[in-house]
Write a protein that binds this ligand. Structure first.
Ligand code: SAH
Length: 212
């Protein structure tokens, strides 16, 4: 459950993230609101508001809060956005996007993580759409999306993501090898015109093919 101690720790985490350069008020409000400790094993609860990634089982991690905030900020989320997230993991990022008023479709390749996240998000009252599915193909039957957010490291940018993005839409994806990725944002200006921006280095678990 949530309590004043956790609320206080979240406030402190938000102040830390502000110092690291995050300024979108909607992102900061969402981080302050979502009880991150519930997205982790209870033995890690006391560490939940440290600005760190943590294991969530199946060799996967819940991303560092700063990383979640950074990806969300450059995605420029608007209320009502239809967003495709690749890599549900713990469901924490899904909760942040839902808290900001987005309609989220999120895909996870590990069945146990999918089930756990689905259970928790339902319990917390978030109405996101979760799927047990290989995300490398995107979600053609629900496309196009205003935004696509990839929360695993990709060797390259799958063409499906660009095809499934609306004109005026944005794709945020960490691109690189297993040890290091460059945070990359692609804006779809028109059908054939893309604009690419790169933002610093991050480390994610890899984007892998197939379901487990
Ligand atoms: N957004 C998550 C981060 C989890 S780490 C969170 O807030 O907790 C990235 C996740 O991407 C892992 O759970 C991993 O299993 C998943 N993943 C990797 N490749 C995938 C793919 N092809 N399709 C769907 N999920 C994938």
């Amino acid at each position: 459950m949530d309590n004043y101690l956790y609320k206080g720790l979240r406030k402190r985490l938000v102040n830390q993230i502000i110092k690291q350069g995050i300024s979108d008020k909607k992102v900061l409000d969402a981080i302050e609101k979502v009880p991150r400790h519930l997205f982790m094993e209870s033995s890690f609860s006391v560490f939940a508001y440290k600005n760190k990634a943590f294991p969530i089982g199946s060799g996967q991690t819940i991303s560092q809060p700063y990383t979640v905030a950074f990806q969300t900020e450059i995605l420029e989320v608007e209320v009502g956005d239809k967003i495709l997230e690749i890599g549900t993991g713990s469901g924490y990022q899904t909760a942040i996007l839902s808290e900001m008023g987005a309609k989220v479709f999120t895909l996870e390749r590990y069945k146990n993580l999918y089930l756990k996240a689905k259970n928790l998000l339902t319990k917390l009252g978030y109405k996101a759409n979760l799927f047990y599915k290989d995300g490398t193909l995107g979600m053609p039957n629900y496309a196009p999306f205003d935004k696509i957010l990839v929360t695993a490291g990709a060797k390259n940018i799958p063409k499906y993501f660009l095809e499934q993005l609306k004109i005026g839409g944005k794709l945020v994806i960490p691109v690189g090898d297993n040890n290091l990725q460059i945070m990359t944002r692609i804006s779809k200006i028109s059908k054939n015109k893309l604009e690419k921006q790169e933002y610093g280095n991050f480390i994610f678990v890899p984007l892998l093919k197939g379901i487990v």
